[in-house]
Design a protein around this ligand. Sequence first.
Ligand SMILES: Cc1cc2nc3c(=O)[nH]c(=O)nc-3n(C[C@H](O)[C@H](O)[C@H](O)COP(=O)(O)OP(=O)(O)OC[C@H]3O[C@@H](n4cnc5c(N)ncnc54)[C@H](O)[C@@H]3O)c2cc1C
Length: 587
Amino acid sequence: MSYRAPVADIAFTLKHSAGLKRAMDEGLYGDLTEDVVDAVLEEAGKFASTVIAPLNTVGDKLGTPFKDGAVTMPPGWKEAYTAWAQGGWNGLAASEHWGGQGLPHALNAACIEMWNSASMAFGIGPVLTMGAIEALDKHGAEPLKQKYLEKLTTGEWMGTMQLTEPQAGSDVGALRARAERAPDGTYRITGSKIFITYGEHDLTDNIIHFVLARLPDAPPGTKGISLFLVPKFFVNDDGSLGGRNDARCHSIEHKLGIHGSPTCTMVYGDNGGAVGWLVGEENRGLNCMFTMMNNARLAVGLQGVAIAERATQQAYAYASERRQGRAGANASAPIIAHPDVRRMLLTMRALTHAARAICYATGAAIDMATRAKDDAARKAGDQRASLLTPVAKAFSTDIGTEVASLGVQVHGGMGFIEETGAAQHYRDARIAQIYEGTNGIQAIDLVTRKIPMMGGAVVRGYLDELRKTVAAVRATNDPAFGAAGQRLSDAVESLDRATTWLIAKLDASPDAALAGATPYLRLFASAAGGCMLAEDALADVRGGNGSGRVALARFFAENIAVQAGGLETTVTEGADSISDAALRGAA
Ligand SMILES: Cc1cc2nc3c(=O)[nH]c(=O)nc-3n(C[C@H](O)[C@H](O)[C@H](O)COP(=O)(O)OP(=O)(O)OC[C@H]3O[C@@H](n4cnc5c(N)ncnc54)[C@H](O)[C@@H]3O)c2cc1C
C-alpha cells in the first residue's frame, strides 16, 4: 500500500499542541498566515505521496550499485530529487538571502516527516544538506558562503556530514583524520571516514563534504577537532566546476534497511591530501558540527514519526480488509473488529501522534530561539529546544521501530513476507535509533546536560506547563476523557520525582543516574506526549469537534502514560541491580 500524507492531522498538531498558531498570533512569524501554512502542507503532501512514495520499493529492491568509485542511484530518484529541489523544498526554512524561503522550522519539520514517510532512504539525504547549510551560514567565512551556500540551499548540490571513523563512533573525540595547514590558507585532509550517508551519488553534480579532522598540534579529545568544507569537485570563482578533489568513495555498505541511501566509506588523501577550507575556528569544529547535529537529530526523530505513520496507515488498511475469526454475529469479521487488533492499531496511532507533537514542538522551540524579538524569549526557546531535542530524537525513533513491528504483527504471516511492504518499514526504521547519536547517548544527554540546565529550572518550568494541561483536562469534567486527567497527573508527578532523584544523583552517584537515563527519557516522553495529545483534544473540543482526538488522548493516558509509574521505579531503583549484576559477572 502506498502512502497518503495525513495533511489534516499534521496541520492540526502543528497549529495546536506544537504551538504554531499561538506563535503566529503573537507575531513570531511576521505576516505568515494559516492559509500559507495549509497551502505548503497540502503541496508537500501531494509531492510526497505522488512523486516520492512510488520510489520507496524500487530503492529498497535495487539499492545503490557501486562501480569504479561511482554510485548509481535507483531509477527515477534523480528526476524526483531534481523536481523536489526545484520546488524549493530543500531551502524551506533556510535564509532568503541564499535563496531559501525563510519559513518556520516547525513547518519544515512537518514537511520532513512527509518526505520520510514517502521514503526514508530518500528523505535522509536532504536532512544532511539542511544541516550543512545551517552550519555554514552560522560559522562559515563570507567567501565560503558566497561560493557554496546558494547552491546548497537550492539543492543543486548536496552536503554530507562526516564524523565517524572505525575507532570513533559515539566517542567522536577519538577521531584521527588529519588536517595539515597549507601555505595558501587552505588545509590538506587525509584519513578515512565510515558510514557516510550520501557520501557519493549521482543526484547532483557536486557534493560538499563537511569533514571533522584534527590538526597536528591539536589538543586531544573533542577540544582538538576542526571542521572542514571539502568539495568533491573544486568550484571556480565564476561558480563553474573545476577538477576533482582528492576525496573518493572506497565502497558502500550492505545494510538491513534504507537500501536507497548510499552509506559510504570515504578516503581522503590518496594523492597528498584533499583540499579543505576551515569552517569556524581551528579546534572548535565540534561546536560548528553541533549546529548540524541538533538540526539533524530533530530530523532523524521525524524519520521515526514518518515510518510510524506509514506503518500505521498500512496496518489500518490491512486490518480493514483481512477477515479472520468471529466478532459478534459476524462469521468472518475483518480483523480490525478484534479488541487485540484494535489495541495494536490504537497503540500505533497514539505513539505516532505523540511523537509527532513532541517533534513539531521542538521545531517551534527552535523558531522561538531564532526569531523571538527579545533576548529572554530567545533564550527560553533555545533552552526548550535543547531540552526536547534528545526526547524528540530518541522517543520518536524508538516508537518508529515499535510501531513498525506492530505493523508486521497486524499483518500476521504476510507481515513477514517482503512483498507486503510492512517488513521494509520495520527494516528501514531500525537505523534511526542508531545514527545521529545512538538513543542511549541521547538519554545520557538529557540526563547529564539538559535536566540540570539552570539548576533544573528549565525542566521544572516545562513540568509546570504539563500540569496546566492536566488541570485543563480535569476542568472539562467530560466523561469522554475517562481517567485521562488522573493518569496524566500521575505521569507528570512520576516525572517530577524521577527528575529530582536524577539531579541529586548526578553528583553523588553518576553511574546510578546514567543507568536510569533511558527509562527516564521514556518516562519524559510518556508524560509529555500524553499531555500534548490532551492539548490537541482540548483544542478540538473548543472548536466544536473532538471525539476522535479525545478518544486517542484517553487511550494514550490510560494505556501508555500509565506506564510512567513503572518507569519511575526503574529509574530510581533499577541502578543497583545493574551494578550488582556487573559485580557478580552477570553483565
Ligand atoms: C546507515 C548509517 C548511516 C550513517 N550515517 C552517518 C553519516 O552520515 N555521518 C557520520 O559521521 N556517521 C554516520 N553514521 C554513523 C553513526 O552515527 C554511528 O554508527 C553511531 O553514532 C554509533 O557509533 P558506533 O556505530 O561506533 O557505535 P558505538 O559507539 O560503538 O556504540 C555501540 C553501543 O554502545 C553504546 N555506547 C557507546 N558509548 C557509550 C557511552 N559512553 N555510554 C553509554 N553507552 C555507550 C551505544 O549507545 C551503542 O548502543 C551512520 C551509521 C549508519 C549505520
